[in-house]
Design a protein. Structure first.
Length: 255
């Protein structure tokens, strides 16, 4: 019987990315469910902690070399992007409709494309630049439709998209030098003390009034761990936002 390991690398990449997209959506719904009880700092801390625990078998096998990655400055910058983006994203998810947050997150490919052209000097044709401009105008309509007041949490989502685009660009630069698992390890390693220091003053002892939501946060905290490892091997792009939107509606029904 043919196993997943026998599939071509692009096919394995597609499967990993679909699973990762589903995990992201479950995380979004769980964060929204837990936000009234737990601070965003505590949620980020728990996510980083469980992510590190799940990586322990890999860390034992990788050895001490993982603590000395090449281009450590860029690895650290990428981890900072992830930390700030996660704090902003979790904050926005707890305060605005998930549908609006996901709609604004559609700007992520626009910022990533612009960064690829301006920073990585990749070829971006005129039609793609036009698509970026039109997409950005659409985002402005969502943020401030007509003469409505600007939602500050919508600005947080927009900043999150910019930061995640930075994560993707730095990941592409580091793809041939640092493994995906090492990037995720350093990300969690940096987020752990930073989020703990901010969470201690507002710490809420975990209760289980929402066991499914709490389980979802724990279960998905390390689900993206192989995301960038697959990306740098298969050179794939993340799943379309519409796919994640479909999973989001299913998650909202479940919770």
């Amino acid at each position: 019987m043919t196993g997943p390991g026998s599939l071509p690398a692009p096919a394995r990449g597609v499967l990993w990315m679909l699973a990762q997209a589903a995990a992201i959506v479950v995380t979004m719904v769980a964060v929204r469910k837990l936000s009234p009880t737990f601070s965003v700092f505590e949620l980020v801390f728990i996510r980083a902690l469980v992510g590190l625990v799940l990586q322990l078998p890999w860390l034992i096998h990788a050895g001490a070399e993982v603590f000395r990655p090449p281009r450590i400055g860029l690895v650290t910058l990428r981890s900072c992007f992830v930390f700030v983006a996660m704090m902003l994203w979790f904050t926005a998810l707890g305060a605005m409709p998930i549908s609006d947050a996901v709609a604004l997150q559609f700007t992520l490919p626009l910022f990533a494309m612009a960064g690829a052209g301006l920073i990585l000097r990749e070829a971006v044709g005129m039609r793609r630049w036009l698509a970026v401009a039109v997409g950005f105008c659409g985002a402005m309509v969502i943020i401030r439709p007509g003469f409505a007041e600007v939602d500050p949490f919508a600005i947080l989502v927009l900043l999150t998209a910019i930061l995640v685009a930075g994560v993707q660009l730095t990941t592409k630069i580091l793809a041939n030098a640092v493994s995906g698992m090492a990037l995720v390890f350093h990300m969690n390693l940096m987020m752990l003390p930073l989020s703990l220091g901010a969470a201690v003053p507002v710490w809420v002892t975990a209760r289980m009034p929402t066991p499914r939501a709490a389980t979802a946060v724990v279960a998905t905290s390390g689900a993206g761990g192989r995301r960038f490892e697959v990306c740098d091997r298969c050179l794939l792009i993340k799943p379309p936002p519409r796919f994640r939107s479909g999973w989001r509606h299913g998650g909202m029904w479940f919770f």
